[in-house]
Structures are given as C-alpha cells and as structure tokens.
Design a protein around this ligand. Structure first.
Ligand SMILES: [Zn+2]
Length: 219
C-alpha cells in the first residue's frame, strides 16, 4: 500500500512540472496512507528529475520521519497539520505558481468570475494569513481558512498556494486549476473589471460539477 502511494505521489510531481507550477525544487505533493497515521511526501531539496518512488519519504502525523533515507520537505509540518485536523483530506499540494502567488503577494482573494471557478472552487479562492515557516502557523492558517469553505485552494499571503483533496491527484488538479484561473482573472483585470456571477448561478454550477459532471470514480 505504501509503495503504491509512493509511486503515485512521485509521478504526480511530474504534473507540477508539466503544468509549469514549479521552479527548482519549490513545490511538493503528499498523500495520506489509508488507514494509518502516516503520509508520504517529497524529500527536501531533491530535483524533480531525480525523484524516484524510493526517495519519497514516510512521516507520521506530527511530521517526524518514519521511513526514508532523505530529510522530508521543509513544508512537512504544514502538510502534517492539515492531515491531523482535516480527516477527510488525503492529499496536499504546495506550489509557488506564478499567477496565484501574485494574488497572494497582494493578499487578494481571486473573485469567482469564471464558470470554471464556480465548478471547481464553488466561489472565490480565499487568502490565508501571513505565516513564517518553522512551526504550525502555516498549517493552522490553511486549516482555519479552508474549514467550512468550498475552495480546496488557499493563497497564503506573501507566499503561495496550498491545495487539499480527497486524493493526492485531486489536490494536484486543484493546484493546476487554481493557477489557470489566477492567470485568466489577472489578464481579464488588465482591460477592465471582470463581471461578477450571481451567487445562485455559482451555487448551481458548483452543485452540478461536484455531483453530476464526469466520472466521479476517477478522482
Ligand atoms: Zn512555499
């Protein structure tokens, strides 16, 4: 089970590269081990080209290394905090993707002005607090912002994006979609004020996409 998850999480890092969400080593994917108080995550400072399933490390929910030869990602404490406090979450992704981080740098939520945003996020993508790495502040900011919120993505102020999902793949999809809408809404803003979507329309788009659209078993 852990080996399969390591393979999955290793492969999902190539999606971060493919969609242009990361530079150097600044971005990571983790996945909860089903039925265990453990998760797997990228090792710290390893280039995406050099990642192998064996190099993906296993941590407990306090962020301590349980299995692996390398030190876990420096963002491990934030991932661990999310897994401790959001039992429904099985995947977490962090990136500094350009357009989303530009919104984060301004501390501005991305308004829901695209139907694709209503589908995926059910409203705006919110901003979380400014927080320094090194304790639980980032994790706390993620959990406090996303608890009770439809969005599976949060823009941590002056920092970047964290996304959550029912699987590591779902969290990667949210990170890809977050950057996509951040870019489109940014470009739209250059030529004027994007038109709002009525809340009732956002609600029906979200409901349809979450409950009817596509092959739900694939997530
Ligand atoms: Zn970061």
């Amino acid at each position: 089970m852990i080996d399969e998850l390591r393979r999955d999480v290793c492969r999902l890092h190539t999606e971060l590269v493919r969609y242009g969400l990361v530079v150097w080593t600044a971005g990571n994917v983790s996945g909860r081990v089903p039925g265990e108080d453990l998760f797997v995550i990228k090792p710290s400072g390893v280039s995406y080209d050099d990642l192998t399933p064996e190099s993906i490390v296993v941590c407990d929910l306090d962020g301590n290394l349980v299995e692996g030869d390398l030190a876990p990602s420096s963002d491990t404490a934030a991932h661990a905090y999310v897994y401790r406090h959001m039992p429904e979450v099985n995947g977490v992704v962090h990136t500094h993707s350009t357009y989303a981080s530009a919104w984060a740098a301004r501390g501005e939520a991305i308004p829901c002005v695209l139907t694709a945003m209503a589908d995926e996020f059910g409203g705006e993508i919110p901003v979380g607090p400014f927080a320094l790495i090194g304790n639980d502040d980032i994790g706390k900011g993620i959990v406090e912002t996303l608890t009770g919120h439809r969005s599976r993505a949060v823009l941590m102020q002056n920092h970047g994006v964290f996304t959550i999902g029912e699987s590591p793949k779902a969290a990667v999809k949210a990170a890809v979609m977050c950057e996509d809408v951040a870019r489109t809404v940014h470009i739209s803003r250059q030529l004027g004020e994007p038109l709002p979507i009525a809340q009732s329309d956002i609600d029906s788009l979200y409901d349809r996409y979450q409950n009817v659209y596509g092959q739900r078993s694939h997530l």
